[in-house]
Design a protein around this ligand. Structure first.
Ligand code: 0R9
Length: 634
């Protein structure tokens, strides 16, 4: 080991808990809601570690009132005897920063059973108080910390017990996290995912913050087979779920595949229980193996003749939902990018490819008829894609320029120049707002496309359906880069595509439908950061001397307090603003606010459709309860 790493780790230990409070971001990423939840994941990971080591089969997580979290496991209990340096082991783990306690090095569980309990001290440092109760050797002990980890009194004997386990309760410090609060759905999602991936552990989630004290149990003995059923519940299954698992080079791969009647390909990938939403080497290995398995099958049975090209992976994966869960030793773990949500380990690629190719090939042989059915679908998908490619090509070459002209004429108000690095396309709800926008814009670089009819819900639509829909077909032609697998980000006519809708339920609905469309059929456009939401004001407050636009209820309240006499104009829709007002408040680059749409936003929007329009009423009720604020809106 180099001196450098020795120095680095000793400094880490010496710095102590104060360092964590000084620079929380280094340890938990941020001090917003995300960082707050990170505290929960740290303690939950410790409880999971103990269960993974074979001690205890149940974990209870409780959201208590006053932003308090309690997590309990039924393992051996944290050791309470004296440590080598004279301190108690339990004091050491909650007050000493351990090597590996930095944010960048955590994030997964320690499959190799190495040092655990690593995050406990970080959580303690960032808590107003923390209480640890240990049941072990027939005794129950408790230790208490306050104000960022200072121990209050000694380890206390509470009494006798016949059970074993550890319970950690803590309240995140408001000095650090402000008034950030826990989200039941964020915690449920994580707990439920963990339950799917750890088939022998039962998770109990309680929410005691409300009157009725909710409790849910997550326990899936069929593991990822249950997981794939869950994520495809709203879709028409094609064939049975395919479950593959194996270990290669110390990397354990588990895969569940389900073909569905949808157009969409969906991959949910996990590394040591943590979602890798940006994919990485394991996903590449999976894709390669699936493509190879089908192509080799098709060659072997002469479906693909010698002269034929191989099937394209995109066509093979049309309508395929996959879950891939990797357990990988920490020594082989590498992530890419800022957020650690993309796996970089080269070994993962070949391990996954080997396991999946071997086992999937075997499955395809054993299920001959099913495989031939899927191959028919693949051929159909390839034809449709080819037709879409040709259409796009022709439109670009101008052969179908006339059709394009006809489609866009009378709808799109073009910008005067054709500068794809600067131009903006506003998608506006309705003709009346469209009229204001056309008059108010800077026509040198801003184009307006009013959306007239209802936007098609594309949650289940295929590429063919999208092209048949006049509204979406027009939009695709405006943007000029195709759609679906044939989308070419480099061909887009606009630097910014801006969704501009009324601030009411209809507007929200259109936003969700458009985001779902972009997410499903023009994902690279979102990934490149080219999709935005306009933020029109909700009110104008004015008197003889001054006038202000308010974008939130709070802003309105502030002006009400500042101004003596005033009148308020409430904007129910964009159409109520005159062109100048619309320009000033919402379209002028020097004064407007735009929200950039992230992939996560779009994913949530498309998921919301799934929840709001799918056939699971309970999901819908839960979602509305969690997300809809019934006060203060129409
Ligand atoms: C509710 C959250 N649970 C925990 O944080 C938790 C930590 C922990 C643990 C051990 C058992 N259960 C736990 N729950 C443990 C016990 C023993 C050895 N290793 C771990 C043993 O009985 O010998 N610990 C995590 C770190 C430590 N204990 C240690 F550093 F103190 F040893």
């Amino acid at each position: 080991m180099s001196n450098q790493s020795y120095d680095a780790s000793s400094i880490q230990v010496l710095e102590g808990l104060q360092a964590v409070r000084k620079r929380p971001g280094m340890y938990i990423g941020s001090t917003d809601t995300r960082g707050l939840h990170h505290l929960v994941w740290e303690i939950l990971d410790n409880a999971i570690d103990e269960a993974l080591n074979g001690y205890g089969k149940e974990i209870i997580l409780t959201l208590e009132t006053d932003n308090v979290i309690a997590i309990e496991d039924f393992g051996r209990g944290v050791p309470v005897e004296k440590h080598a340096n004279g301190k108690l082991a339990i004091e050491v783990i909650y007050t000493t920063l351990h090597a590996g306690g930095k944010f960048t090095e955590t994030g997964g569980y320690k499959t190799a059973g190495g040092l655990h309990g690593v995050g406990g001290s970080v959580v303690n440092a960032l808590s107003q108080w923390m209480e640890v109760t240990v049941s072990r050797d027939n005794k129950c002990h408790q230790i208490l910390f306050e104000q960022g980890g200072s121990q209050v009194g000694n380890l206390k004997l509470l009494g006798k017990t016949s059970q074993t386990g550890t319970k950690v309760r803590f309240k995140a410090d408001p000095e650090i996290f402000g008034n950030a609060t826990y989200s039941y759905s964020t915690i449920t999602e994580r707990v439920q995912e963990s339950a799917f991936l750890l088939e022998n552990i039962k998770f109990i989630l309680r929410d005691w913050r409300t009157q009725e004290k909710k409790e849910e149990v997550f326990f899936y003995q069929d593991g990822i087979a249950s997981f794939i059923d869950y994520v495809t519940i709203d879709q028409q299954p094609v064939g049975n779920p395919i479950i593959l698992r194996g270990t290669n080079n110390k990397i354990e791969t588990r895969v569940a595949l389900q073909y569905t009647g949808d157009y969409q390909e969906n991959i949910f990938s996990y590394v040591n229980l943590v979602r890798t939403k940006d994919g990485g080497t394991h996903e590449i290995g999976l894709r390669t193996a699936i493509t190879r398995s089908f192509n080799e099958f098709a060659r072997k049975y002469n479906v693909l003749k010698e002269k034929d090209k191989n099937f394209d992976g995109v066509d093979i994966r049309e309508g395929l939902t996959a879950i891939i869960a990797l357990s990988i030793p920490e020594s082989l773990l590498q992530f890419e990018g800022q957020t650690k949500s993309k796996l970089g380990s080269p070994a993962a690629r070949s391990a996954v490819e080997n396991v999946v190719f071997t086992q999937l090939s075997f499955y395809l042989e054993e299920n001959h008829d099913f495989t031939l059915d899927i191959i028919k679908r693949i051929q159909k998908a390839a034809q449709v894609r080819e037709a879409a490619r040709k259409a796009r090509e022709e439109a670009r070459k101008g052969k179908k320029g006339k059709q394009r002209e006809r489609l866009l004429s009378g709808k799109l108000a073009k910008a005067q120049t054709n500068n794809a690095n600067k131009n903006e396309l506003f998608l506006v709800e309705g003709d009346s707002a469209g009229g204001s926008a056309k008059q108010g814009r800077d026509s040198s670089f801003q184009a307006i496309l009013p959306l007239r009819g209802k936007v098609l819900n594309v949650e289940r639509a295929k590429l063919e359906d999208v092209y048949k829909n006049e509204e979406l077909n027009t939009l695709i032609h405006c943007i000029g880069a195709g759609a679906g697998p044939e989308f070419e980000a480099g061909d887009t006519n606009y630097k910014k595509v801006i969704i501009m809708t009324d601030a009411d339920t209809d507007g929200a609905h259109i936003q969700v439908l458009l985001l779902t469309f972009f997410y499903r059929f023009m994902r690279p456009l979102i990934e490149a950061g080219n999709v935005f939401m306009a933020q029109p004001p909700l009110y104008r407050i004015y008197n003889k001397k001054e006038a202000h636009y308010c974008y939130t209820e709070e802003q309105l309240q502030d002006f009400r307090e500042q101004m003596k006499s005033y009148e308020i104009q409430r904007y129910k829709g964009l159409g109520e603003m005159n062109p100048t007002q619309l320009w000033e408040t919402t379209m002028d680059p020097s004064s407007r606010t735009l929200l950039k749409v992230s992939i996560e936003d779009a994913y949530k929007a498309s998921n919301m459709i799934h929840i709001l329009m799918g056939n699971q009423p309970q999901l819908r009720r839960d979602w509305i309860e969690e997300n809809v604020d019934f006060d203060g809106r129409e």
